[in-house]
Ligand binder design. Structure first.
Ligand code: ADP
Length: 592
């Protein structure tokens, strides 16, 4: 969720006594400058740079000899990702009096923007930046060995892991989570569209007809029928309950859109069309905190521990300790391997050189750890590319954008596909266009209805024009062709009939309200459908075909649910539905 109200005032103690003794008011640059005798001209200086969600503005307060305070103004960095960098970096810069601080892993764009904004402020204060590049000393403290005991140990604080932890805790178990990054969220925080579910209370309320059977059929067909039907059936049957559960923990998804390959409007999303992932991650983290479930951040699980054939623990490397976490049940929720080029090109060499939409933690660790204790893998070479990825930033444009009425055009300004075909089909069609790329076209009407669309414009991903002709000029595509394309599309919407490509969903609104926008996109590696073989109770299945005692898994680390192609909206369904199941199954296993 965009971090609208966050205006972090980072007033740090360092040197405050000195400031108090200094007659010059530090917030008033001109008043202060007269009295200085130190390295810097005391005062408050502003700097701005591009962050992830738009401009990042900082005010840096200088004392005679040190950076005293860094305030970050209201901003739109992602809560739980960019906000972590905003929390940590100013503290690190002040503590070390250096700009050579490490970016926060997973929030590199915000980190870079913040450092640039601080640098700009310092430059405006006449500071020689070269004097602020002293390497930051890392403490050379010897790591201690520590054992942590729990009933249930969850590896990975993405969506599946946090949901599993909440359910195991609700069943009365003592739970801990291990997370290798500095923050929760993994790939889940990047999910934009929504959560698929059928025959839900929300659909009833909004008078949308749907059925569990249609959800199963769409998912199987979208996955080229290689999906595990039992898992898909469990997904669909448990989906309505999962929507109600989310509402019960303060994370309702009261709106509906449609995603590619769906027969009905079943993609549930937050009010106002906000991106689903950052919204849910924020709610999950709040619930984890409320339930006092410890999360060991910056702690990387490395190896599962077996005793008498059962998984009873996991070794992990923290910043200050090497851990052994022991538990009656271990839940693997480490996500996929879409950020591990070596691993995905091993299974699908043709993906070499593709950008990835994945969070940096998605490196397949859980698959490797579980394989080492005999887990079976399924569909491991099934890797999805997403058709609408802005290449320079790797930001993925939600499928909901097309579900809400956006179209795709090529370099000639022409449509070339039913935009709501499944991701594999749309991606292949894009690759076949000149240059292997396309544009997503939308209008102000769509921005007014869907926050995510307005967000792409704010992030600077789009070119725009008040008229279609002006947009064509910005895109450098033939103006008459683009105008004709929009005209015939708007007629198709009015007639409810797309003669050209047979599109029959996402046609409620035409594209007629200026300004008009275009984002240049191409496919990028998105989701690894294969992974650990599980049953409907989330037991991880071993080589013998039997569950490996004590080991459960949920989310992108598993395989079989999505088959050969995942439908948009089914990843969030997967993590919530099977995350819940993993928590419940692990808790029940503890009682055996
Ligand atoms: P899912 O959608 O299945 O929940 P995510 O990608 O959202 O998957 O979350 C997986 C989480 O697991 C990420 O936060 C990632 O950093 C974390 N993770 C991956 N490998 C490890 C590991 N070896 N130890 C601890 N955490 C890990």
């Amino acid at each position: 969720m965009m971090n609208k109200l966050l205006s972090l005032l980072l007033v740090l103690a360092l040197g405050l006594t000195m400031v108090a003794c200094n007659a010059a008011p530090s917030s008033n640059q001109s008043a202060a400058s007269a009295a200085t005798t130190g390295k810097y001209t005391p005062g408050a200086y502003e700097g701005t740079a591009k962050g992830y969600g738009g401009d990042l503005k900082v005010t840096v307060t200088l004392g005679d000899n040190q950076i005293e305070k860094i305030e970050v103004a209201e901003n739109k960095e992602t809560a739980g990702v960019g906000s972590v960098a905003i929390e940590k970096l100013p503290t690190a810069i002040i503590a070390n009096q250096s700009l050579a601080v490490d970016a926060v892993a997973g929030a590199t764009v915000t980190s870079k923007g913040l450092l640039e904004a601080v640098t700009a402020a310092l430059v405006s204060a006449g500071v020689d930046i070269n004097t602020l590049q002293a390497p930051v000393e890392k403490s050379a403290v010897e790591k201690r060995a520590e054992t942590v005991e729990a009933d249930v140990v969850v590896i990975g604080a993405g969506g599946a892991g946090m949901v599993a932890a909440l359910e195991a805790k609700a069943a009365g178990k003592n739970v801990v989570i291990i997370e290798k990054m500095a923050m929760a969220g993994g790939n889940t925080v990047k999910a934009t569209g929504g959560m698929n579910a059928a025959a839900t209370s929300v659909q009833k309320e909004l008078k949308v007809e749907d059925s569990v059977k249609t959800f199963i059929d769409d998912t199987m067909e979208g996955g080229h029928n290689i999906n595990n039907l039992e898992l898909v059936t469990a997904l669909a049957e448990r989906s309505a309950g999962a929507i109600d559960w989310l509402a019960s923990i303060g994370a309702p998804l009261p709106e509906l859109t449609i995603s590619g390959g769906a027969t009905n409007k079943r993609t549930h999303r937050p009010e106002g069309g906000s991106a689903v992932g950052s919204y849910l991650v924020e709610k999950f983290v709040q619930n984890i905190e409320k339930n006092e479930i410890p999360v060991y951040y910056n702690t990387k699980a490395t190896e599962l521990v077996l005793s008498d054939g059962a998984v009873t623990g996991v070794k992990a490397e923290g910043e200050e300790a090497d851990y052994l976490f022991t538990g009656k049940a271990i839940i693997m929720a480490t996500g996929g391997f879409g950020a591990n080029e070596e691993m995905y090109t091993k299974y699908k060499p043709e993906l070499k050189g593709f950008v990835t939409t994945n969070a940096p933690g998605a490196t397949g660790d859980g698959i490797i750890m579980a394989e080492a204790v005999g887990a079976q893998l399924v569909d491991i070479d099934q890797i999805q590319i997403h058709p609408t990825v802005h290449q320079a930033t790797s930001i993925m444009l939600t499928e909901g954008l097309r579900g809400d009425g956006a179209i795709l055009v090529n370099q000639s300004g022409e449509r070339f596909i039913n935009e709501l075909k499944t991701r594999d089909v749309v991606s292949a069609a894009e690759i076949a266009q000149e240059g292997g790329y396309a544009y997503v076209i939308f209008d102000q009407g769509l921005c007014d209805r869907v926050k995510a669309a307005a967000g792409y414009v704010e992030k600077g991903l789009a070119v725009q024009g008040d008229t279609v002709e002006a947009l064509a000029e910005q895109m450098k595509v033939p103006s008459e062709t683009l105008s004709a394309t929009l005209k015939s599309w708007n007629k198709a919407v009015a007639d409810k009939k797309d003669e050209a490509f047979g599109r029959d969903t996402g046609m409620e609104y035409d594209l007629s309200k200026g300004p008009f926008y275009a984002v240049q996109i191409a496919p990028g590696v998105h989701h690894t459908m294969g992974g650990l073989k599980i049953d409907v109770d989330t037991h991880v299945i071993g080589a013998s075909g039997e569950p490996i005692p004590g080991l459960f898994a949920a989310g992108e680390v598993t395989g079989g649910i999505h088959g050969g192609n995942r439908l948009g909206g089914n990843a969030v369904a997967d993590i919530v539905i099977f995350g819940r199941q993993a928590g419940q199954s692990a808790a029940a296993y503890c009682d055996k």
